[in-house]
Design a protein. Structure first.
Length: 292
């Protein structure tokens, strides 16, 4: 095995048999106890695997975000730095070659390893092949000791079907993505365009799913082109276009607090407009969601 790291399990173990070197710590689930569990709702989905005496391996996706994989450790023995992620064959598939997936970052925290979507997909692919993704890293307390954490493929495919069902029911956005939202307007625009409607539809869908949302503040603003009175009226019309769109799609009107400010200087993003781009930033309707 690469880097001289070798370890062994029982006849029912997942990993290929080889000699154990002194000072190596190996964490894995035995063949007959390895399980994957799926939990979730429209806001988040997780698929987790207990690793005895270490913690958990978790695939996680929040609504509106990409999927990640992380290790949750009770007390991580890995040193901060870079760990080698390899894919090993189980003992019953010894004809399959071991291969390197790459190096991943390790932190000294309760989540020592967090993989981005690309590496998460690689780990998923190896589990689908029946392989054993394994992380190896020097122990934090010794230059000579190594830590190995193996992720079991046993019962993975059954759990992944349930995980996919959970993923398919996720909302398109999470609260952090819509808590403060802005609808921008073209010069003279007085109707919601396709992009704005799609943006507001996501907000409506979230509000209807999260009973904790109790208020939506809607504020209309314009650029400084034109007269003050015309701009105030334009900001009013645009703010109430957004207001009415939410109501028409089922949002309780009592939740909405709608105001308009025209070109009021204190609310301008760009105070001294010098270009069309400056005016584009000021011409907007904002939404601020509050949640218990």
């Amino acid at each position: 095995m690469k880097n001289g790291l070798k370890f062994t399990l029982s006849l029912l173990s997942l990993l290929s048999a080889s000699s154990v070197q002194p000072g190596n710590l190996s964490y894995y689930a035995e063949f007959d106890t390895a399980q994957w569990e799926v939990a979730g709702n429209v806001f988040e989905c997780s698929m987790s695997h207990d690793i005895p005496h270490y913690g958990q391996a978790v695939f996680y996706r929040e609504a509106g975000e990409t999927m990640i994989f992380y290790l949750q450790a009770m007390d991580s023995d890995m040193a901060e730095g870079r760990a080698l992620l390899i894919s090993m064959p189980p003992s019953w598939r010894k004809e399959l070659p071991e291969r390197d997936i790459g190096y991943v970052d390790v932190a000294r925290s309760g989540r020592p390893v967090v993989l981005d979507e690309a590496n998460t997909r690689l780990v998923l692919a190896e589990l689908f092949r029946g392989m054993i993704p394994t992380l190896t890293r020097r122990a934090w307390y010794s230059e000579d000791d190594s830590v190995l954490v193996a992720v079991s493929p046993v019962n993975f495919k059954l759990a992944y079907r349930d995980y996919q069902t959970c993923l398919s029911n996720l909302l398109p956005v999470n609260f952090g993505q819509i808590e403060r939202s802005t609808v921008f307007w073209r010069p003279g625009q007085m109707e919601l365009d396709e992009g704005a409607r799609a943006q507001l539809d996501n907000i409506v869908q979230y509000i209807q799913a999260d009973a904790g949302v109790f208020s939506v503040q809607i504020n209309g603003f314009t650029d400084t082109a034109g007269s003050n009175s015309d701009n105030l009226e334009t900001s009013r019309l645009r703010a109430f276009l957004v207001h009415q769109y939410l109501v028409d799609r089922g949002v309780n009107e009592a939740m909405l607090e709608t105001r308009f400010f025209g070109e009021t200087e204190e609310y301008l993003i760009v105070r001294n407009e010098r270009s069309a781009a400056d005016r584009d930033r000021n011409r907007r309707v904002t939404l601020f969601l509050q949640r218990r």
